[in-house]
Design a protein around this ligand. Structure first.
Ligand SMILES: Cc1ncc(COP(=O)(O)O)c(C=O)c1O
Length: 446
């Protein structure tokens, strides 16, 4: 919840295990209890009123806040270096709330074009029905983004590492545009995770996550989070952001920037969007996501290590036409990987076989250990064909802008033994090479 906290100078490996919880005061339970309750008792009418006036800290109703979820929120805020976090039921809910929280009818958001498919459809087709348009830049450069900003722009939006494009945004350059234009920068940090990249350190104001992916890490639980850096000066831009500076009639005239200061964005997300529209994370889900979070730094290390070995295997194989992996020195975003990902690359990579769409489909169908599905960040290795699934609703031009080709296979490299992952890919490449026409392509590429 949006309460005053002492700053956390622990390292990520410690935050994920100890942040926000030092044993249950009632029972001394060491694991965070699952507070499977809808409501919380009030001492008396005065106490209830003080809670509902947001004058005192405490829990009212689990649609708004829950003690199990609260620990997860504290851990995520500390991991990302933010002032507060709000957890919700999915990544999509997180970015919907973040986008609505900062915009008003008639406003617009300027976004990079390389987005997860459902984010694209939310932005291109659904937000406009709320009176908010999204302007897609021609690429992820600061200049292209700045060119689309006008007096009605409410925010800049990007994925720190695009899914599935694999582009790495120059966050410091985008933050510079956001400073110059007095706009918050919202960053989806799902693919990178806070282990590899902390966007707030590079000037982002709001970070959103699908917790469903690496943070949960086991493909069992949906969840999302909005982290408020606490750094955007809402009060300095009253006309553009009246929602933080003027009394909220739906909440007996509260002025969020005055009442919550650095946590105004998170507090408004919680007390307006979560309270009124209710995409709440269940306490059981918060618990499961925390189990995943505890091992995130360890898992990411292995994911990243295995991804490099898979990328090198694919690059060396004549049955593969191309590999998109920012860890390669020749990759156009390699320098950005050096700068933002500490010289590493994420565990999500894309490639195509020499047999074109048919070859990639044959590869896909032949996978044995690697799962065919639409998810990423699971401990298991996962494969997806974006053009026919996650990005199916996009037109040809939209697919091109999003960095998706018809023959593209996206791999989310897992933490199995690397020899077993590569053996599976190897046998599936043999199936791709058996497709008529693929062999000659393979020969000419070799
Ligand atoms: C980058 C990114 N953001 C957001 C989402 C949406 O997350 P969820 O499935 O938890 O709603 C996804 C899902 O794949 C994603 O890849």
């Amino acid at each position: 919840m949006e309460k005053s906290r002492t700053s956390c100078d622990w390292r990520p490996e410690t935050i994920v295990l100890h942040g926000g919880f030092d044993g249950d005061p009632a029972t001394k339970a060491v694991a965070v209890p699952i507070y499977q309750t809808v409501a919380y008792g009030f001492d008396n009418a005065e106490h209830a009123a003080a809670l509902f006036n947001l004058e005192t800290e405490g829990f009212r109703y689990s649609r708004i806040a829950n003690p199990t979820t609260d620990v997860l929120e504290q851990r995520l805020a500390a991991l990302e270096g933010g002032a507060a976090a709000v957890c919700v039921s999915s990544g999509q809910a997180a970015l919907m709330y973040a986008a609505l929280n900062v915009s008003r009818p008639g406003g617009n958001i300027v976004s990079v074009p390389q987005l997860y498919g459902t984010t694209y459809t939310l932005f291109a087709h659904m937000l406009p029905t709320f009176g908010v348009t999204v302007r897609f830049a021609s690429d992820d450069s600061a200049a292209s983004m700045a060119a689309l900003v006008d007096e009605n722009t409410c925010a800049l939006y990007c994925e720190s590492v695009g899914n599935p494009a694999g582009n790495i945004c120059d966050l410091a350059a985008l933050a510079e545009v956001s400073r110059a234009k007095a706009l918050p920068l919202i960053v989806d940090n799902t693919v990178a995770t806070p282990v590899l990249l902390r966007p707030i350190e590079h000037g982002a104001h709001i970070v959103v996550h699908s917790l469903t992916k690496y943070i949960g890490g086991h493909g069992t639980t949906l969840g999302g989070a909005i982290v408020d850096a606490g750094t955007f000066p809402w009060t300095a831009h009253r006309a553009r952001f009246p929602m933080f500076n003027e009394p909220d009639r739906s909440y007996h005239g509260i002025v969020y920037a005055e009442r919550f200061g650095r946590s105004a964005f998170a507090a408004r997300c919680r007390n307006l969007y979560l309270r009124n529209t209710g995409a709440a994370l269940s306490p059981m889900s918060a618990f499961l996501l925390m189990m995943g979070l505890e091992t995130l730094p360890l898992r990411v290390e292995r994911h990243v290590h295995n991804a490099r070995l898979v990328a090198e295997f694919l690059r060396a194989d004549p049955r593969v036409r191309w590999v998109n992996y920012a860890g390669f020195a020749e990759h156009p975003h390699h320098a950005l990987a050096q700068r933002y990902l500490d010289g590493q690359a994420c565990a999500l990579l894309t490639f195509a076989t020499c047999g074109g769409l048919e070859g990639s489909c044959a590869f896909y169908d032949a996978l044995r250990i690697t799962k065919r599905l639409v998810n990423l960040g699971d401990a298991k290795t996962l494969a997806c064909h974006p053009a026919s699934t996650t990005h199916r609703q996009l037109s040809e031009a939209e697919l091109k802008a999003a960095g998706v080709t018809p023959d593209m296979i996206r791999l989310s490299v897992g933490i199995e033994h690397i020899d077993d992952i590569i053996a599976d890919l190897d046998q599936a490449l043999a199936a791709a090479a058996a497709v008529p026409g693929a062999k000659s392509a393979a020969r000419s590429a070799a």
